[in-house]
Design a protein around this ligand. Structure first.
Ligand SMILES: *Cc1c(COP(=O)(O)O)cnc(C)c1O
Length: 476
């Protein structure tokens, strides 16, 4: 299996070659040169498998440059009941992504049972183990630099803590995260985790990451890497749970299902798109946005108009507060018939701060073939949905999952189970739960009182040279 760039001007690469990198050198995103196809007998055999065995079967179609027995070990030690233990009462943690049935034909797929209680753990934990394996083989090290406003940074730190050859420098906006989020990250005492609270907003932290990454000499000297959502391995890992969710929601492989996906950077739903392209019987992929509706606008009209950062709404489903969807180019590459020339011309406008409009073109006419539909949700919808699900099913859902649920209910079809992806646990967004339900969500026993644990964090000015200094001194 080789990986090609959506912009067509980069050499094809193998999985391990793109694992540690970000964008392709031509500015595009890597995708497999073809989608492996699953047969009816594959599906029949895979239905019985444990999560780890299923992950091996799916991932080994995409990862052909790691020996099978090593890959089996890596996924086996990643997808354990111990790591994904924070599931609902009465669930079976060994399922890794248990399915909660709310009523016949309406399900939640629990993806947020890992160490940081958000679905990003599903892929990031695998990434941690893959990084350690590949770095050790090559005798290399990496300094991961990132900026976070919450979920991504904590998922990265819990995945990379203690990994040989890996050091993490995570910038967060000082005083802007919730006490729970701060405690999750800053209470990590591992020597290879460096938390830096930057005086400023998230965008100031993000700008520093960009400035450091644009310094090619510094980047090469200190082996700066990233684990952001365009990383192909993260997308690949997420394909697995569409298969698992399909098997859990059906009893035979002749059935079709729909998935509803709370979306921001288009990483999660991109994995669903690929599962569908591989032949998994997915009737529809329902894309749900919050008030930041750039993707809903595209799927309704064909206009893709990334917003200015200042235009981005700060919402109660903050992990979907994006102005442009960094993985979207992968889907558009397929939509335009994998023609890199078209992608280059569309993104010439996007990269210059503009937009493109596929409305009325043959490409939009093809959209139905991909099963994508979309909708949006707002704060009032979110509160009402959290209340309804609580009243009807005695089940508490988080704000992002509520956006997915709200839009899912607009697209139910007779005979097609609707599976709503649960992307975080309610406790992570407790303030809005209190607003909706008037009570504090419970948290896993081991997370009681984490706000009181000693914290390890450096508070620093938003100054690029100072941050480079910390990296150069290995966090000292
Ligand atoms: C990251 C995140 C999302 C959005 O996922 P994308 O892959 O960026 O579309 C949704 N919900 C939660 C809780 C998240 O952390």
């Amino acid at each position: 299996m080789h990986y090609i760039s959506t912009r067509g001007h980069a050499e094809p690469q193998t999985f391990c070659d793109i694992l540690l990198g970000g964008l392709a050198p031509d500015g595009g995103l890597y995708l497999p040169d073809h989608y492996p196809q699953v047969t009816a007998s594959d599906l029949a055999a895979w239905r019985q498998l444990s999560y780890a065995d299923l992950a091996f079967e799916v991932l080994s179609r995409f990862i052909t440059d790691i020996p099978a027995e090593d890959l089996r070990d890596i996924v086996g030690s990643t997808y354990t009941a111990q790591t994904y233990k924070h599931c609902r009462p009465a669930c079976n943690a060994a399922d890794i992504t248990p399915l909660t049935t709310l009523e016949p034909g309406l399900h939640l797929l629990e993806l947020s049972n890992g160490p940081t209680l958000a679905f990003k753990d599903m892929a990031m934990q695998l990434l941690g183990n893959l990084f350690e394996y590949v770095l050790e083989k090559r005798g290399e090290t990496i300094n991961i630099l990132g900026a976070t406003s919450g979920d991504t940074g904590s998922a990265a730190e819990y995945a990379m803590r203690g990994k040989k050859g890996v050091r993490v420098f995570m910038l967060s906006p000082h005083g802007k995260m919730s006490a729970f989020q701060r405690a999750q990250m800053y209470s990590l005492q591992d020597a290879n985790i460096c938390n830096i609270a930057v005086e400023g907003m998230f965008d100031d932290a993000q700008d520093i990451v960009k400035a450091v990454s644009n310094d090619a000499a510094f980047k090469a000297r200190y082996k700066i890497g990233a684990v952001n959502s365009i990383n192909w391995a993260r997308v690949a890992a997420q394909i697995v749970y569409y298969f698992k969710g399909y098997f859990e929601a059906t009893t035979s492989n002749t059935e079709r299902v729909a998935f509803s996906v709370p979306s921001g950077n288009f990483g999660n739903i991109c994995a669903g798109h690929i599962a569908r392209m591989m032949g998994l019987p997915i009737e529809r992929l329902v894309l749900a946005t919050n008030e930041n509706d750039v993707l809903d606008e595209f799927f309704k009209t064909g206009l893709y108009r990334p917003r200015a950062t200042a235009e981005t709404h700060i919402t109660s489903s903050p992990s979907m507060d994006i102005s442009k969807a960094s993985n979207f180019e992968r889907f558009v590459f397929d939509l335009v018939g994998r023609d890199p020339e078209i992608v280059r011309s569309l993104w010439r406008n996007v990269d210059a701060g503009g937009a493109f409009d596929l409305g009325g073109t043959v490409h939009m006419a093809n959209l139905a073939k991909y099963g994508m539909v979309s909708g949006r949700s707002n704060h009032a919808n979110r509160l009402a949905t959290i209340q309804d699900v609580w009243k009807k099913y005695a089940t508490m859902i988080d704000t992002h999952t509520a956006d997915g649920m709200k839009v899912a209910l607009e697209y139910r079809q007779p005979g097609i189970p609707m599976v709503v992806l649960e992307t975080a646990q309610a406790v992570k967004f407790a303030e809005t739960i209190v607003e909706a339900l008037g009570c504090e969500p419970g948290r896993p026993a081991e997370m009681e009182g984490i706000e009181k644990l000693p914290q390890k964090v450096k508070v620093m000015a938003a100054d690029v040279e100072a941050i480079k200094g910390i990296i150069a001194r290995s966090c000292n």
